[in-house]
Write a protein that binds this ligand. Structure first.
Ligand code: PLP
Ligand code: COI
Length: 339
């Protein structure tokens, strides 16, 4: 294995030794298979290629100071994959199969779990695809669940340093009654054009507004949105955003800190009133936002005037990471050891 500079890892693909696969055929899931190939062999008429029968998950394994490896709320990821499967008519992987597969994938690649103290972790990417052939628009009869892992650093190169975000205004991520609330590839395909444009214009990501009225904040391309004011944590409620497990955890941590938590519609103009804002997710962790520009109107909202993350975001970030890396008591039962 080549020497890895753990503290410089980007969020990207890094080859590990094994992935694990399980196939659904004749109405049932088969045995877990281990592969050292990065290639999958599928039928050219597979529904994942033609009709978007594809869903994925994103979760992490963390190595603590004690060397033990931890999953954070794996069952929530497993359940969300089941919701995604149901949403686009795919076979639902049972929770215990999911757990066995992520455990196997991590254990087989244990040397790639970053050591404690580098702000890095092992990203776990479960992928569920329709592999059965169809030409008419129908769900497949066969599926593959594949889990690969890759060591990663923070999603945004800024890490915990504040980023700039752009409201595109002329693109929607997902339809109000569509697939925005499940983790399917099509949602991300739809975000590529505005995201690449935003990056070229100097922004880290796009903030999408609700697709119906274009009035309320939905979420960022790869993460949920939150704002903080008057000791209150506020995060959008919408039918077209992904229910983020990180966001759900931060809401609990905010309550533990004595803050009020509001999950409700957040009009864009409310940005004027926040003391701190940020994006949150497995990959993004908590990423503070220093500037949001509305591309259509040119209006800009600025935060973190001293260039640093605000005190509340910093406190919540630390609490979350301390639980994930085993530095803080896991009083909500979010941690499972990989054993
Ligand atoms: N929103 C979108 C669109 C995402 O892709 C993700 C990442 O999974 C999130 C939010 C954050 O969700 P979670 O905290 O469960 O990773
Ligand atoms: C995650 O946070 O796990 C994600 O899946 C976000 C992104 C890489 C799509």
């Amino acid at each position: 294995m080549q020497n890895i500079e753990w503290s410089k890892l980007p969020f990207g693909y890094f080859k590990t030794d094994y992935n694990v696969r399980c196939f659904y055929r004749n109405g049932q899931w088969g045995e877990i298979e281990v592969s050292s190939s990065e290639i999958i062999n599928i039928h050219m008429a597979a529904t994942c290629l033609h009709y978007g029968q594809e869903a994925f998950e994103g979760m992490k394994a963390y190595r603590g100071k004690d060397e033990r490896i931890r999953f954070f709320r794996w069952e929530d990821n497993a359940k969300r994959l089941q919701d995604s499967a149901e949403g686009i008519m795919m076979a639902k992987p049972p929770l215990d199969l999911f757990h066995k597969m992520i455990t196997k994938a991590v254990r087989l690649n244990e040397k790639y779990v970053p050591p404690y103290g580098h702000g890095a972790s092992l990203y776990i990417r479960p992928l569920l695809v329709g592999t059965g052939a169809q030409v008419g628009v129908n769900p497949a009869k066969e599926y593959m669940l594949l889990i690969f892992v890759t060591p990663v650093g923070p999603y945004f190169k800024e890490g915990f340093n504040p980023v700039s975000i752009q409201i595109a205004g002329d693109y929607d991520r997902a339809a109000p009654q569509g697939t925005g609330n499940i983790k399917v590839g099509g949602n991300y395909a739809g975000s590529l054009q505005p995201t690449e444009r935003a990056k070229a214009e100097g922004y880290a990501a796009v903030l999408f507004l609700d697709a119906k009225e274009n009035k309320y904040i939905d979420e960022a391309g790869p993460a949920n949105f939150f704002g903080i004011k008057n000791n209150t944590y506020i995060t959008p409620e919408s039918t077209s955003i992904l229910p983020s497990i990180t966001n759900k955890s931060i809401m609990q941590l905010a309550k533990d800190e004595g803050m009020t938590v509001e999950q409700r519609k957040v009009p864009v103009e409310e940005l004027e009133t926040f003391e701190e804002i940020g994006a949150c997710g497995t990959a993004a962790i908590i990423t503070p936002i220093r500037k949001i520009t509305d591309r259509k109107t040119g209006k800009t909202y600025e935060f973190c005037k001293d260039g640093k993350a605000g005190p509340v975001s910093t406190k919540l970030y630390k609490k979350l990471q301390d639980i994930q890396y085993g530095e803080e008591t896991d009083k909500h039962g979010w941690i499972t050891f990989v054993e």
